[in-house]
Write a protein that binds this ligand. Structure first.
Ligand code: NAD
Ligand code: UD1
Length: 339
């Protein structure tokens, strides 16, 4: 398939591009590089030995989206582009709604105008709010807890309405749990700006001596060891999930599907696993809970297997080992051109 990938220079997008190329798909990536790296796509090209057409641009530019879809003969879109930092969404909701919601509307209008009606959308487990039951199934009630989550919910609602109005659309909304890890080559990975807020990049930087210690947000949750539990998912498994989802769209239909492993690990499980693979101590201190955090959150991933024939294959040690290789080889992320 000829696929337009929005946000393909980002963390999940770059890994997905590599898997798509390996499966013979042809790619055009549009990214405004507000949080992505052109270098990531250069490395994807070198790893795959295949070219990627990269266009610097914004999904809010409907004329650009229309010309890209038309001129490149795109048959489907994988839509990663969006802002994702929860804290920023609270301090600047307007930017989030504009970028994520308006950007998606402009993309969908361009798709309709070009008669391209297959789309895979990056949603998030954040749409479930506080889990009412575990594991989380796709029929769990939806409730946003912050403006970032609201943008994902609004886009999901829009896509559901669009499909109801015209079932020639083929839509997959993928609700990711916690993506971690990196490609096994150590050449592409997550390059967070500033101090990481997510657990795995923070642990990796402690292991590498870039930060003194991990602060564990809460040690009194009703979990095995009192620390929060999450469903960590290897980013290459996630990337393979996108390949499976886009190929399944050939048959049409609309789906809302969890991409997770179904297994929950605590923060201390993550610390121990990372110590094991890195051979480095991870000093930590247990402090107050982070406001808004759930004790435990993990997926029922069975629908993804039914719909797409996909399930996560990589385990915790592989996630940590690959993340550690990326961190060691690229301590300055994509700024480290020697890697
Ligand atoms: P990322 O920030 O690494 O990638 C997003 C990419 O989109 C970046 O390259 C950025 O430059 C680009 N972008 C943003 N706004 C754009 C715009 N208006 N026009 C063009 N390009 C734009 O994030 P990621 O972790 O790869 O996440 C990809 C998607 O998955 C996002 O939509 C995110 O909300 C969603 N998601 C991520 C996670 C996670 O933990 N990483 C979890 C659930 C859902
Ligand atoms: C966060 C986002 C969520 C996003 C998800 C996946 C928030 C409030 N939520 O959720 O929107 O979909 O990432 O990327 O930002 N932890 C520590 N110390 C740290 C960092 C994290 O103890 O320095 C703990 C957290 O309390 C949690 C676990 O580690 O128990 C995972 O945290 P994190 O990586 O931030 O992911 P989520 O909280 O699941």
């Amino acid at each position: 398939m000829r696929i337009l990938v929005t946000g393909g220079a980002g963390y999940i997008g770059s890994h997905t591009c590599l898997e798509l190329l390996a499966c013979g798909h042809e790619l055009v990536v549009v990214d405004n590089f507000c949080n992505g790296h052109e270098e990531a796509l250069g490395r994807v090209e070198r790893l795959s030995g295949k070219p990627v057409t990269v266009v610097e641009g914004d999904i809010q530019d409907r004329a650009l989206m229309t010309s890209l879809l038309r001129e490149k003969g795109s048959e489907a879109v994988i839509h990663f582009a969006g802002l994702k930092a929860v804290g920023d969404s609270v301090s600047d909701p307007l930017s989030f709604y504009t970028n994520n919601v308006f950007g998606t509307i402009s993309l969908l209008e361009a798709m309709r105008d070009c008669d391209v009606r297959k789309i895979v959308f990056s949603s998030s487990a954040t749409v479930y709010g506080d889990p009412r039951w575990l594991p989380i199934t796709e029929n769990h009630p939806l409730r946003a807890k912050n403006p970032y989550g609201t943008t994902k919910l609004v886009i999901e609602d829009l896509l559901r309405d669009l499909y109801r109005s015209d079932s020639s659309w083929a839509i997959a909304m993928l609700r990711y749990f916690n993506p971690v890890g990196a490609h096994e080559s150590g050449r592409i990975g997550e390059d967070p700006k500033g101090v990481p807020t997510n657990l795995m990049p923070f642990i990796a930087q402690v292991a590498n001596g870039r930060r003194d210690e991990l602060r564990i947000w809460g040690g009194d949750y009703p979990t095995r060891d009192g620390t929060g539990e999450r469903d960590y998912n290897h980013v290459v498994d996630l990337a393979e999930g996108h390949v499976a989802a886009i190929e399944a769209l050939e048959a049409g239909g609309m789906s809302e599907v969890n991409l997770g492993t179904g297994t929950a690990y605590t923060v201390l499980d993550m610390v121990r696993a990372f110590e094991e693979v890195s051979g480095r101590p991870i000093p930590y201190k247990i402090v107050e809970r982070r406001p808004g955090d759930a004790a435990s959150c993990f997926a029922d991933p069975s629908l993804a297997e039914q719909r797409f024939g996909w399930r996560a294959r990589r385990g915790l040690l592989e996630m940590c080992r690959d993340h550690w290789r990326w961190e060691q080889q690229n301590p300055d992320g994509y700024r480290d051109r020697s890697a």
